[in-house]
Write a protein that binds this ligand. Structure first.
Ligand code: NAD
Length: 348
């Protein structure tokens, strides 16, 4: 496989995937296709921007003509599709933009791949990167497996569920070679500070309130983003055609416990008295349609492809906190821009 396009490569997970592929596969030509929305940031990938096997293309996956021309010109062998509107809270205030990017954008990529691969689908691969949120909410017991029925509750998860279905449908109807993964919550460096862990790290640094939804008992499974990138590499190269894999960290946390752990780590790092940051915790009105619990059964990818997370949560969190403390300029550049306006509307 020679030419690969990674969509959303200027975003959080995408930047780690691009970096991983560019460094590990110098014989591949890697194209990073990204519209640079508020969540896209080329500062996430400055370390690889001059590599000879890397090309950045600014473009919108919602623009079908642009995508058709790009695919026709480059005849990609593989597509790793991560570009998306990804924040649940934003999907509640502006659901249509999620339909546009996550559903129509995915359709445009599927159509373009189907066209350029129509005469030869051998060794081609469309890889759709998706979320465990498509499965809806779990009670106190049980885990999401690859056979769990879809039951999305937010406009975000509904749009991702829809795009997953279209990927499968193109596989069944047109024989398009695809693989699909549904992953739990990621965390790590370059995470946009509207998401829980970087938001709270940033707020603790700045002595701002830590807004915890509802009673804080929502439960999520957390995976270090670099471990996700490794899993994506494995599935892309060794995953079975037309198959789905769940990816998770075997690492469930109730939000409030996670926040308290983060406060403890931050107090130590910032040399503050134990318990100082916890005083910033502030319970706020719940998110509508909030899913109680997500938890992934990642046995299949573990057994079939030999993948498991390489770091514990404590190790991953330590690396993440260190990264944010060492990269204050990155954080400042983001929080002083458009994000600041969004933050004002959301939390004040
Ligand atoms: P992100 O919001 O950080 O990045 C999304 C990227 O897509 C940005 O660089 C943005 O500029 C780009 N983009 C958005 N709309 C575009 C468009 N119309 N055309 C081209 N580019 C566009 O998202 P993320 O957290 O890195 O998530 C990446 C993918 O992984 C998403 O598909 C998401 O659903 C999935 N996922 C995320 C998580 C998580 O915890 N973050 C977990 C499981 C799955």
């Amino acid at each position: 496989m020679k030419k690969i396009v990674i969509t959303g490569g200027a975003g959080f997970i995408g930047s780690h995937v691009v970096r991983h592929f560019v460094k590990k596969y110098p014989e591949y030509q890697i194209f990073n296709l990204d519209a640079l929305t508020y969540a896209g940031n080329l500062e996430n990938i400055t370390d690889i921007e001059n590599e000879p096997n890397y090309t950045f293309v600014k473009g919108d996956i919602v623009d079908a003509d642009f995508i058709d021309i790009l695919f026709e010109e480059h005849q990609f062998d593989g597509i790793l599709h991560l570009a998306a509107e990804s924040h649940v809270d934003r999907s509640i205030t502006d659901p249509l933009s999620f339909v546009k990017t996550n559903v129509i954008g995915t359709m445009n990529l599927l159509n373009a791949a189907k066209t350029i691969w129509k005469d030869n689908m051998e060794d081609k691969r469309f890889y759709h990167i998706s979320t465990d949120e498509v499965y809806g909410s779990l009670g106190a017991e049980g885990l999401f497996t690859e056979n769990t029925s879809y039951d999305p509750n937010s406009p975000y998860s509904a749009s991702k569920a829809s795009s997953d279905h279209f990927v499968r449908a193109y596989g069944e109807t047109y024989g398009l070679p695809y693989v699909l993964t549904n992953c739990s919550n990621n965390y790590g460096p370059f995470h946009f500070p509207e998401k829980l862990i970087p938001l709270f790290i940033n707020n603790i640094i700045q002595n701002k309130p830590l807004p915890v939804y509802g009673d804080g008992r929502y439960t999520r499974d957390w995976l270090f983003v670099e471990d996700h990138a490794v899993a994506i590499d494995l599935v892309f190269h060794a995953g079975v055609n037309h198959d789905t894999y769940n990816i998770g960290g075997f690492n469930e946390w109730q939000n409030i416990d996670l926040v308290k752990l983060l406060c403890k780590i931050m107090d130590e790092k910032l040399g503050r008295e134990a318990g100082t940051s916890e005083q910033l915790i502030s319970y706020v009105k719940d998110r509508p349609g909030h899913d109680l619990r997500y938890a992934i059964d990642a046995t299949k990818i573990n057994k079939e492809l030999g993948w498991k997370p390489s770091v514990t949560f404590e190790q991953g969190l330590e690396k993440t906190v260190n990264w944010y403390l060492e990269n204050q300029t990155w954080l400042d550049n983001i929080t002083s821009g458009d994000y600041a306006n969004y933050y004002e509307k959301q939390y004040n």
